[in-house]
Design a protein around this ligand. Sequence first.
Ligand SMILES: CC/C=C\C/C=C\C/C=C\CCC/C=C/C(=O)SCCNC(=O)CCNC(=O)[C@H](O)C(C)(C)COP(=O)(O)OP(=O)(O)OC[C@H]1O[C@@H](n2cnc3c(N)ncnc32)[C@H](O)[C@@H]1OP(=O)(O)O
Length: 303
Amino acid sequence: MAAVLRRGIKFISFGSSQVFSGGCKHGKTSTLSSFSSSNRNSSSSSKIKVDLDSSTGIAVMKFQNPPVNSMNLEFLTEFSIGLEKLELDKSCRGVILTSAQPKIFSAGLDILDMYGKTPEHYEEFWRAVQDMWLKLYGYSKITIAAINGSSPAGGCLVSMASDYRIMADNPRYRIGLNETQLGIVAPFWFKDTMVNTVGHRTTELSLQFGLMYSPSDALKIGLVDQLVPEENILSTATETMTKWLDIPDHAREISKSMLRKPTVDRLLASRDADIKNFVSFIAKDSIQKSLGLYLTMLKQRKV
Ligand SMILES: CC/C=C\C/C=C\C/C=C\CCC/C=C/C(=O)SCCNC(=O)CCNC(=O)[C@H](O)C(C)(C)COP(=O)(O)OP(=O)(O)OC[C@H]1O[C@@H](n2cnc3c(N)ncnc32)[C@H](O)[C@@H]1OP(=O)(O)O
């Protein structure tokens, strides 16, 4: 399925960035193309439900990849295509990212895509992770993460790549880049995203310890911008989006690009090297062993 979706993707250039354009031959991608024909348009690909209200310009992308919204190749591809479709849709001005799964925003990258697979698979997977981040971090429209559950590693990356983060104030939830806890390393662009969000010193501690923060600690360090009771998360995200929509798009967009483009360009300048680095790192016996142990602990509910 992911391979089918990928074949439907055409690359087009915006300045120095290469971005997706969803092809419409495949049934699932063509449902995503029908956003602007009436005021409210819903489309549900298998892993992400997209709901665009063209009267307000606000779209909601709801992750629905049970049990924990782990980001596998198929999810990542749908996510990038969905974002691209909304970016090209003039009736959309802002996107809210949230989860349909109870208690989990996203469990991060799917560990099974990094364990026991071929180098070709790792390469395809990592390119899809890069595509997703490049699209989201450099997104021209407003993005708000409504973090209604735990959000480790890749889930935290998606949150940090958004313009504004609202988290459910539930002390059981955790957010952070916990890669070192798995025996793996957050790549430089995860690190850059965190430095840009919370600063260098906090990132030094966070990344080395693989720290996971409660919502109140995440608010203290600026990893999230606002805490709200869980039941208010979507209404607060919508109200907040309305305030962001008061700002003229072109001025906000240029300001965002000024701040984020150097970080995006760093990866664009070294995508192939970064993929090579990931493949050789993840395929190492010692790393595979660490991931295998972590998976066993997850299954035994010891994580
Ligand atoms: C020289 C080197 C320089 C640079 C480096 C080079 C390259 C970089 C290299 C690597 C970079 C990789 C970057 C990785 C990013 C990531 O995102 S890794 C993923 C990290 N995620 C986690 O650690 C989350 C783990 N999961 C949990 O903590 C919990 O599951 C949860 C809090 C999300 C949910 O808890 P519960 O509700 O209690 O659910 P369960 O724990 O019972 O889980 C249900 C089910 O789901 C499976 N699962 C959970 N998370 C994942 C996942 N991320 N991937 C795949 N599967 C997952 C879990 O095993 C359970 O399965 P079953 O037992 O039901 O089969």
